[in-house]
Design a protein around this ligand. Sequence first.
Ligand code: ZN
Length: 253
Amino acid sequence: MSKLKVLIWNENEHEKIHSEVAEIYPKGIHGTIAAGVAAEDLEISIATMDMPDQGLPNGALDDVNVLVWWGHMLHHLVEPRIIEMINERVNAGMGFVALHSAHHSKVFQRLMGTNCNLAWREADEGERVRVWCVTPSHPIAKGVPQWIDVPKDEMYGEPFNVPKPDDIVFINWYEGGEVFRGGCTWTRGRGRIFHFSPGHETFPVYHQPEIIQVIGNGIRWAAEPHRDGHNLSNLHRPIPLEKGAPTSSRRDP
Ligand code: ZN
């Protein structure tokens, strides 16, 4: 069995400057997620923003099946080159899993085509979240309970300014009263995208097995459709197929 190549990217800044975050995630948020989702069928690697080329030199994604993205403080510093590289690769079939505050990353905004604004509340004490699985037939919900209780997280609420999702797999309810489409999917070109909102850095959300299970499912689902690496190009077909162009079984370039 060939393994899925998964790259987990984290800006890795909170962990360095906020001791309470470092205590929860001594090996970084990326380290906890990587250890959590580790499995026989996944070949996982790590990239962080403090690495050369922000961890993503040109060509770094060429054979990656799924990119997982956690970012928050440094969205504005991610190189435009990287945004375009990811956008190209997703459209060519790479999966993209955006976690928590990655909703406001430039790459997620690029993929969605909107500002991805939402309602939020300071996380200080956090609040209880019930993550309801509303599409249990979806592959991302496989083996996931009807709901997941997260004891404390930051409130992310509606309206969430994103294009209408293909599927809403999870809806969050917060003890403050808000609701949020906390787990949604989209497709772009040949690629699949999943955003999953639980995971504020000051709470141990990624230590919860059910949360990790959803992320693992999301990785496998996003990897699924097409890995041929061909972008959907703008095809010029001067000769109609019915007039003899021998293209009926040809794969688009
Ligand atoms: Zn947050």
